[in-house]
Design a protein around this ligand. Sequence first.
Ligand code: SF4
Length: 421
Amino acid sequence: MAVSDIGRRLPVVADGPTDARAARSGVDESDLGYEHPLYKTMLAVPGLSVATGSLDQLLEWGMRNSLWVFPMATSCCGIELMAAAASRVDLDRMGTIVRATPRQSDVMVIAGTITVKMAPRVKALWDQMPEPKWAIAMGSCAISGDFYRNLYSVVPGIDTIIPVDVYIPGCPPNPEALMHGLLRLQEKIKARRHGKPVAAEPNPTLLDITRPSIGRFVDPSRDPALNEQQITSALEASSLDGSDEPKDGEAEPTIAEYEPVSIPGAQERAPELEAILAELGVTELPKDGAPIVAADRHYELARRLRAAGYRQLVYVVATHFAAKAGKAPSPERFEVAYALRTVGKGSRLAAWRVQLEPGQSVTSLVGVFAGADWQEREQFDLVGVRFDGHPDLRRIMLPETWEGHPLRKDFPADKACPPWR
Ligand code: SF4
């Protein structure tokens, strides 16, 4: 213990604890009428205050040099966090080890994007960490949501959920930056323990130069016509006008040299698929895409393809097409694309599409391919397509309380979701 520290601490004890506390905190606690029974006895023991002062110093030194990290690593910044613990940077040398439990951890390092669905879990884990505890926001995503900030599902900064002690800017910050952040945290712990005021760190994204565009569509100084233009171009961008497709007679792009799989449309269609389609009455086989099958026949198609050796459900992908006016008007509709493949050498692919009007549902494939369970739930959650006969058609990515389906073209991209964003 430094001599100067002894000199600083002894008068506090000599003047009486309540006076010193009142002076420090501005609150007079002298009339609260409570004093621990052992307190006066302890003060009367010669040298005890020096001993407890020394012990306090020792504990504070131990505390700041044994910061155990709870890793809340969700994306690429997490890789840098892992690298920090590896041999080159070796965080262990400053007493910092990573524990996969909140119960014994002192510092939560949030390294990566936090989504609205994840946010309550992060908060629950933070609440399970014992005091004293600290939080480090590592990287732009944890600090502000970064590029994903305006996205419906992303929390725009972890400090909207838990108090952050140290911000480490970067995308991603390297392991040395994390180490520097931990050193800054150590200094803060030391200062606080010694009763020195520690100013809260400003969130770097609140600086004017990086002010986010979250309120873009409600900015009163913005010309509303610009918003309209943006919305229109976003809707048009996903329309099926076909202007950028190869015209008749033009060569189709080929990926045959790279891809051993037979691609329907771009290459020859698997013969068994064509035969089954013919039996189901599907005669239109477009060259530039998968055939369209009626919503009430496609279950039969999947069942027969499975019997013909197609054992893997590759994807179930739904798309929303907004109504289109102009020269080539088209009504609002949904399209669900499916693909199956055979497994093993010479693998073949069979793909088809189902078109739906708004409000129309399609038969679930869970009875044929168990894996359809998750994929159909995802499409229901994000696009709002309903799958008849699905045993558990619930949201899978967004919270149950979420309103709307974010991958529909008319969904506002920067929708609020209190209290997380
Ligand atoms: S800040 Fe950059 S590196 Fe870190 S999680 Fe976000 S995108 Fe990945």
